[in-house]
Design a protein around this ligand. Sequence first.
Ligand code: TYD
Length: 206
Amino acid sequence: MKKMFITFEGGEGSGKTTIINRLMQELKDKNIKAFQSREPGGSKISEEIRKIILSVDNTKMDYVTEALLYAASRRQHLEEVIKPALKEGYLVICDRYVDSSLAYQGYARGLGIDEVYNLNYYATGGLLPDLTIFIDVNPEEGIARISKNNRDKDRLDLETLAFHHRVREGYLQLVKRFPERIKRIDGNKNIEELYSEIRKVIFESL
Ligand code: TYD
């Protein structure tokens, strides 16, 4: 089957953004109609919700509130941006989607993968990606990369290393649960090797 909705997942500093940018360039060079987006955000309302979720001032945020806000942001983005793009025949590449909520809120925060899946099922009407690339990076390495890039830290970057290990474990559970859809790629390698492995999986599926 032709894959039209592809998402990227992974912990902090997994290299998703760099890989997606390279992929978009290659798709453009090959004249493949592709559209890039990201979560949380990707539309005006969703970006406003993103600011609330990620603000370092909102340390009091309850975990269920957090899961609901991600789901609300996702719903808006899906209706306003993703569904119309798919309808127009674009290949949609999205940086994070439902699996982020399952790994971060469901598993790492302890709300339960099933509970967060049900919430997201309602928010998305059950629309899952055709293919998900999970870039699996050792959390110590990922966090070291972020510090080196000097990127501004958001509320989730301030979490402990133990939290980021739980996020990784959560993703590994999702790989077992959705083996057909989620492809785990070992991200502990240089960006050239990583890109060539990922592009192979994607171009084989198109
Ligand atoms: P972002 O800066 O987009 O992260 P990254 O560059 O690592 O992709 O920030 C998004 C943060 O929100 C990131 O820490 C993951 C987290 N997140 C969740 O906890 N649940 C979700 O459903 C989504 C989409 C993101």
